[in-house]
Design a protein around this ligand. Structure first.
Ligand code: COA
Length: 374
């Protein structure tokens, strides 16, 4: 019996898109190489606008867009109460985020509306409330009261403020902003594809984003970054990076934060995160984390020819920004939701149900045997 080698749909083209592309190991958003945003210090809000609208905003458009986001930062007491109920040690933070985002759809009386205006409002709400949900979860889990979002702060700064209770420094805001931009979209990665499949049934946006969060949670996708930090901590304790890594490789374990389905020579996002990790740790107690990361990178290159991906240095960046490793993947989701929403809207604008076929390779022509004779 023959089997079809699907190879995880490797290199298969599954849709047309104007949102982002990866060509020759370069990542572009709506035609702009990501280096443009880094070089010109673009804001995350500008990038969200670009992904959703296909062009960069004018000053007026950006002001209006930022105001809309800021007016929607707040979450209701009911949502906060549900986060509190879920703040249990056995629940994975991504599961809490997944359920809470789903709940936003339950509490929005217009969640089933499909007009352009309604979907736009739902998109703004999802985008704006995600940081508030995450920060509230972190504080409630520690037994603290969540902080009210600050409308006078932009997306990155407000998130860091709600998380740490202090107005972040310019360097911290810039690092957070850059990390958000670098994670905002990535062509047909697993969670985005999952969101598009869901969207192709013409279901609501909350269902699509909930689906995407579920896919992002896995360790082969967004879940890798928290495991990178676990690895760095374990190696810090063991004190011997090479022995640690060799043992993992000998037992056929994957080293988190290395390898990529599409990039083979360099993940273009990684160099900026590496730079940030270096800048943020230089001369601080965390400098050894950066040096250790470099040692791991060299080892993996020499032993396996593998390159670090977006998750590798982002672990150090997030740690230095005061973010606990258990919520690293949530930060990824908080950024990638920008791309998910862009793809959901693009899919539904020119929709065709995504429904591939499978090749059946199980037994056939079996005869039903009544249960008492089995
Ligand atoms: N550690 C050790 N070996 C790795 C590896 C890693 N992180 N990533 C890939 N490899 C090896 C595989 O064992 C395989 O070797 P083989 O051909 O000798 O069997 C080869 O490289 C190809 O890997 P494969 O898993 O088939 O590639 P893929 O395209 O299916 O997977 C990833 C891509 C990202 C899922 C994979 O590299 C991985 O699991 N990385 C770790 C998780 C991670 O960082 N995910 C975040 C991605 S942004």
């Amino acid at each position: 019996m023959g089997t079809v080698e699907t190879n995880g749909l490797k290199d298969m083209i599954a849709c047309d898109t104007r949102i982002s592309s990866i060509i020759d190991d370069k990542l572009t958003y709506a035609g702009y190489d990501i280096s443009e945003f880094m070089e010109h210090k673009a804001s995350f809000e500008e990038v969200i606008y670009l992904l959703w609208n296909g062009h960069l905003p004018t000053r007026i458009e950006l002001k209006y867009f930022e105001t809309e986001l800021r007016n929607n930062y707040e979450i209701s007491d009911a949502v906060e109460q549900c986060i509190l109920i879920q703040s249990r040690p056995h629940l994975h933070p991504m599961s809490v985020l997944r359920s809470t985002v789903s709940l936003l759809g339950v509490y929005n009386v217009q969640a089933e509306e499909r007009s352009f205006e309604a979907v736009y409002q739902q998109s703004i709400e999802l985008m704006a409330k995600m940081p508030t949900i995450i920060a509230a979860f972190v504080r409630l889990r520690m037994g603290d009261t969540p902080l009210e979002p600050r409308k006078d702060l932009g997306f990155a700064a407000n998130f860091l403020y709600m998380l740490n209770g202090e107005t972040p420094s310019e360097l911290e805001i810039e690092a957070m902003n850059r990390a958000l931009i670098l994670h905002a979209d990535h062509e047909l990665n697993a969670s985005t594809f999952a969101a598009r499949v869901c969207a192709s049934t013409l279901t609501d946006i909350y269902s699509c984003v909930t689906t995407a969060i579920g896919a992002l949670k896995g360790p082969l996708h967004g879940g890798a970054n928290e495991r990178v930090f676990d690895m760095l901590s374990e190696i810090r304790q063991s004190g011997d990076a090479q022995a640690y890594l060799q043992e993992k490789l000998d037992s056929q374990e994957k080293i988190m934060g290395f390898g990529h389905r599409v990039y083979k020579t360099q993940d273009p996002r990684e160099e900026y995160l590496r730079e940030m990790a270096k800048e943020l740790t230089q001369g601080t107690e965390n400098e050894d984390l950066f040096l250790l990361s470099q040692e791991i990178e060299t080892f993996m290159k020499e032993k396996k020819g593998l390159i670090p991906n977006v998750d590798f240095y982002s672990a150090t960046v997030y740690h230095v920004l005061g973010i606990d490793s258990s919520i690293f993947t949530l930060i990824f989701a908080m950024s990638r939701v920008a791309g998910w929403i862009a793809h959901i809207q693009e899919q539904q604008k020119n929709n065709k149900l995504i429904r591939p076929r499978s090749k059946y390779n199980g037994p056939s022509n079996l005869k039903y045997i009544p249960i008492e004779q089995r």
